[in-house]
Ligand binder design. Structure first.
Ligand SMILES: C[S@@+](CC[C@H](N)C(=O)[O-])C[C@H]1O[C@@H](n2cnc3c(N)ncnc32)[C@H](O)[C@@H]1O
Length: 390
């Protein structure tokens, strides 16, 4: 083999686990950060990358829950082949010293392996038996803060063993101590903002902002702030971790961050004073208090914006979790009326979990994108509000 080949980096096969409905936009994010061979799947997208790109994805992606690096793929038609396959999947002497704790996550099923808890136990047994053979000792299991997080996906009669580079879900950005009422997950909010195509050059307003998730994710995106930059990742204790490459990717992400000299105008209304305060606390924790303003008010009492274009994003209450239907009909009717009167020329994106309520807006949606919000089947609806006559 020529030297060129010897030094060519091996491709990493990976999977980004995504909120349902964000598979395409999530694939675009992977592509923009340098991943190749991307295929959108259900609630996921598969990709290929080199190690630098895998590090970059961990540091800069906003949409995935987690990023999985495939380490082995083997035939699995029951307990025994799972046990043998796991033992042979990796050089465990390098990857899992008994001083390290671990956790096993399981998705999917295979013949004789229908229950994920049972499957995880088989994987754990295979690993600790291997460790006992090697060292006479075994690792402990740590579900909350393991040193190594293994993921096993079963499909038909195949198993894929992957490593989870973050351990905890990437939607947890660290800014949300306060959760408001029915908050959106941060990665879903980021995906919804991406779908609007908002680029930070026009104002963005949320008339029912709750704990501020859409506003915070929008601001972080506009200013290229990467919440994962200061987080500890499990990939830092992988056997083949490359600290220089990791530092280079951290610096690369750092350099992309924009100063706040010409901030976009980002504004939220929240009528509940406690929730408005939670939004302010979250915004401060995210370091975005210079760019996001929270007004404690009913949006119906808010003045019309001066700008004749911008983006309104809105996740109003929709009844499954909050509020009562007749009151909500009235709220949507008035929201539609206020938007038509005051926001002509703006784009509206509204998350709907209830068709009847969105009918009360009396606006015609141009696009309806299905998304799953915490198990609820929702639509991210796009409306163009007619230009105001001035
Ligand atoms: C579904 S929650 C929004 C959650 C938000 N996206 C988040 O992630 O935290 C809807 C919010 O709208 C607020 N709200 C309801 N009616 C309002 C009104 N007329 N004016 C302003 N806020 C209102 C509620 O208090 C609630 O916090």
């Amino acid at each position: 083999m020529g030297s060129e080949h010897r030094h060519a980096p091996l491709p990493i096969h990976g999977v980004a686990v995504l909120p349902q409905g964000l598979e395409d936009i999530g694939s675009q994010e992977l592509q923009a950060l340098g991943a190749k061979q991307i295929t959108p799947l259900r609630r996921a997208a598969s990709f290929e990358s080199d190690m630098a790109c895998l590090y970059r994805l961990h540091l800069q992606c906003r949409l995935p829950f987690r990023l999985l690096r495939e380490m082995a793929r083997f035939r699995c038609d029951g307990r025994d082949s799972l046990y043998d396959g796991v033992q042979q999947a990796l050089d465990w002497e390098r990857w899992l010293h008994p001083s390290m704790s671990f956790r096993v996550d399981v998705t999917g099923t295979a013949p004789g392996l229908k229950h994920s808890h049972f499957t995880a136990l088989q994987v754990k047994n295979a690993l600790i038996d291997r460790q006992r053979d090697l060292w006479g000792k075994r690792s402990s299991i740590n579900l909350d803060e393991p040193d190594l997080c293994l993921h096993v996906h079963l499909h038909r009669d195949e198993a894929v063993l992957s490593l989870d580079g973050s351990g905890g879900s990437l939607h947890r950005r660290g800014y949300r101590a306060a959760v408001g009422v029915a908050p959106l997950k941060e990665n879903l909010a980021a995906g919804l903002i991406r779908l609007t195509g908002w680029d930070g050059s026009t104002p963005l307003t949320d008339p029912c902002c709750g704990s501020g998730t859409l506003l915070i994710e929008a601001a972080a995106m506009a200013l290229q702030r990467f919440p994962a930059l200061h987080r500890n990742f499990l990939l830092e204790s992988w056997a083949d971790f490359e600290p220089d490459l990791w530092n280079a990717e951290q610096q690369r992400a750092q350099k992309r961050q924009q100063p706040v000299d010409n901030p976009p105008r980002i504004l939220g209304y929240e009528q509940d004073s406690k929730i408005a305060q939670q939004a302010r606390d979250n915004i401060r924790a995210a370091g975005l208090e210079e760019v996001i303003e929270i007004v404690e008010a009913d949006f119906r009492d808010a003045p019309a914006p001066e700008e004749d274009h911008g983006v309104v994003v809105c996740n109003p209450p929709y009844g499954v979790r909050l509020g009562d239907s007749i009151e909500l009909q009235e709220l949507y009717r008035e929201l539609g009326a206020v938007l038509k009167k005051d926001y002509g020329g703006w784009d509206l994106w509204l998350l709907s979990g209830n068709r009847e309520l969105t009918g009360a807006l009396r606006l015609k949606a141009r696009r309806r994108i299905p998304v799953n919000n915490g198990g609820l089947d929702c639509r991210w609806l796009h409306y163009e509000l007619n230009r105001r006559l001035r």
